[in-house]
Design a protein around this ligand. Structure first.
Ligand SMILES: Cc1cc2nc3c(=O)[nH]c(=O)nc-3n(C[C@H](O)[C@H](O)[C@H](O)COP(=O)(O)OP(=O)(O)OC[C@H]3O[C@@H](n4cnc5c(N)ncnc54)[C@H](O)[C@@H]3O)c2cc1C
Length: 484
């Protein structure tokens, strides 16, 4: 009998399975698609490769969750440092977000000279640094002893951050900066939107500080696509079954019976890399759990993503990532920002044969893509695509004239199909004050020996969040593993 079955090969599933395999557990990971990574995967279409969702990567240093896992597993995923991490386009200004704190602050100051930024940003920096230093010691979550342990080990960091979990980041910004205009508000809001899935008003200052300083961390480019980083972690898993979808999981007196599209398996424990809203589709006993989650956690986002292959000749030198903030909402999305990511010219996979792989993504409300006839759906998709491309050309005009060898869009419907996520929602559970920190779902479920990892359980989305969530789960189920 297996020790663990891991259902799903997103970041959470792959990291869990690699750690458990590494310490000698018998593990099989099942992934429904032909490639690993889910929202952080890299897929192929008509001979070209694209990052499905995630394109930015941070946290590979030894004091960060993902870096700890790399060290534990002895891995070095194919990455290289980039700086600036992104260029923010707002009205006619461009703000380069450098790793260097002073350079980054100087960019912000020169774009918004009317504000006294330093005190606010110093506070943001201090809180984010303290939170990263506390992160491991606050685990396992939830546990009454963890905060006490963190307080005793890092008293200053703990006391410096504790109240920040309970105050909105907009209030703190107002306190330090006074009145600020809508452009600056948009600048702050969109940093928290892409990192915490909420605007400043709803996101606690603790979480916002991590989002606002994300560009100041060492940012990495994933060579060959984000999927290569996932594959690097997956290299530690002995048994990976691609194109094998798990259909049902039945609790048994001895463990669980797993039925897949290709067979049946027996295991003592199960780790689901599904959302909390989907778990009940696989495990009958978790139906009430998922129904409650759908009632309780209603805030969620989808993504509208345009995938492009550009001919490299004639393409000007551009930074890897551009965050374009708009005045008006994009039709059929409700969002006012675009995130552009370009593959490096030298990338052997994403930029093969003189091409460049590009994604242009934005948040979207899910209901705008639901209940449509296929004509309505196609029309919306086309209109949103054209609008996004025009906005892109307005901000980076040279891109209009670059030859597009491929251009297509993905909607929540697409994400539902390829990641099997509830309503096609992505980005995880928003880290907003209604949910974060004490109402955030833990990795434990009402069914004994059945757990959840991924971006809808504590502490949430992206490589850093999901990696910390995996460490959190292991603190419950494999106490001696000793990662942090
Ligand atoms: C457009 C976009 C941009 C993003 N940008 C970034 C970024 O720049 N940086 C960053 O760090 N994060 C980013 N994120 C967020 C990040 O990608 C996600 O938070 C993270 O990848 C989610 O990982 P997960 O572990 O929850 O798994 P998921 O990505 O949800 O993957 C789950 C996997 O499980 C599989 N699965 C589900 N059910 C079954 C089943 N029954 N049987 C078999 N397999 C199953 C699915 O096929 C899927 O592969 C972005 C997300 C999106 C959508």
């Amino acid at each position: 009998m297996l020790d663990y079955v891991v259902v799903g090969g997103g970041i959470g599933g792959v990291l869990s399975a690699s750690l458990l395999s590494h310490v000698g557990r018998q593990v099989i990971l099942f992934e429904a698609q032909s490639y690993l990574g889910g929202c952080a995967g890299t897929f192929q279409r008509k001979g070209f490769y694209y990052n499905a969702g995630a394109s930015t990567l941070v946290g590979l240093e030894e004091n960060m969750p993902l870096g700890r896992l790399m060290k534990f597993l002895g891995l070095e995923p194919p990455t290289k440092e980039i700086d600036p991490s992104m260029v923010v386009h707002i009205a006619d200004r461009q703000i380069r977000r450098y790793k260097s704190w002073e350079d980054s602050l100087a960019e912000i100051e020169s774009s918004f000279p009317q504000l006294k930024h330093r005190a606010f940003w110093e506070r943001v920096k201090a809180v984010s640094q303290d939170l990263w230093s506390l992160s491991c010691d606050l685990l396992p979550y939830p546990s009454p002893s963890s905060p006490i342990k963190a307080l005793l080990k890092h008293p200053l960091a703990f006391l410096n951050t504790i109240l920040c979990h309970f105050v909105s980041s907009r209030r703190v910004a107002r306190f330090y900066l006074g009145e600020f205009n809508s452009k600056y508000e948009s600048f702050l809001n969109h940093h928290t939107l892409i990192t915490a899935q909420g605007y400043m008003e709803e996101v606690p200052f603790s979480v916002a500080s991590l989002g606002l300083t994300y560009p100041n961390l060492t940012n990495y480019y994933a060579v060959g696509g984000m999927g290569k980083v996932v594959e690097s972690f997956a290299s530690r898993i002995k048994h990976v079954r691609l194109k094998e979808k798990v259909l049902s999981i039945e609790p048994m007196p001895w463990g669980f019976l797993i039925k897949t599209t290709l067979g049946e398996y027996e295991t003592k424990r199960v780790i689901l890399n599904t959302t909390i809203w989907d778990a009940g589709n696989l495990v009958r006993e978790l139906k009430p759990y998922s129904e409650r989650a759908r009632e309780k956690y209603r805030k969620m986002w989808g993504a509208f993503v345009i995938y492009m292959t550009l001919e490299d000749s004639g393409l000007e030198d551009l930074s890897h990532h551009h965050f374009i903030l708009l005045d008006k909402p994009i039709p059929y999305t409700g969002s006012r920002s675009l995130f552009l990511s370009l593959s490096e010219r030298e990338d052997p996979i994403l930029s093969k044969d003189g091409t460049r792989s590009v994604t242009l993504s934005t948040h979207t409300h899910l209901h705008l893509w639901e209940g449509l006839s296929s004509e309505e759906y196609m029309e919306r998709k086309q209109k949103a695509l054209e609008y996004c491309m025009e906005e892109l050309y307005r901000h980076i005009p040279s891109l209009r004239y670059v030859k597009k060898l491929a251009l297509f869009a993905g909607t929540p419907k697409t994400f539902r199909r390829f990641t099997l996520r509830y309503r096609g929602s992505v980005g995880g559970l928003p880290a907003v004050m209604d949910y974060f920190p004490f109402n955030f779902p833990p990795p434990l479920t009402p069914v004994e020996n059945l757990y959840i990892v991924g971006d809808t359980v504590f502490p949430g989305q992206g490589w850093p969040g999901v990696a910390l969530g995996v460490i959190n789960l292991l603190k419950f189920i494999e106490k001696d593993i000793g990662i942090c």
